[in-house]
Ligand binder design. Sequence first.
Ligand SMILES: [Zn+2]
Length: 42
Amino acid sequence: MLMSPVQFFRNLPKKQCAVCKQDMVEQADCYTNKCEKCDSIH
Ligand SMILES: [Zn+2]
């Protein structure tokens, strides 16, 4: 049985920023491993 997209994203583990270790709630479906703040520092 297929999961609805909503269930799929709800089941994803919360990602944490690789730099500051904060939960990345807004970018949980993105493949960056840094939060917006750390990712802007290049
Ligand atoms: Zn960060």
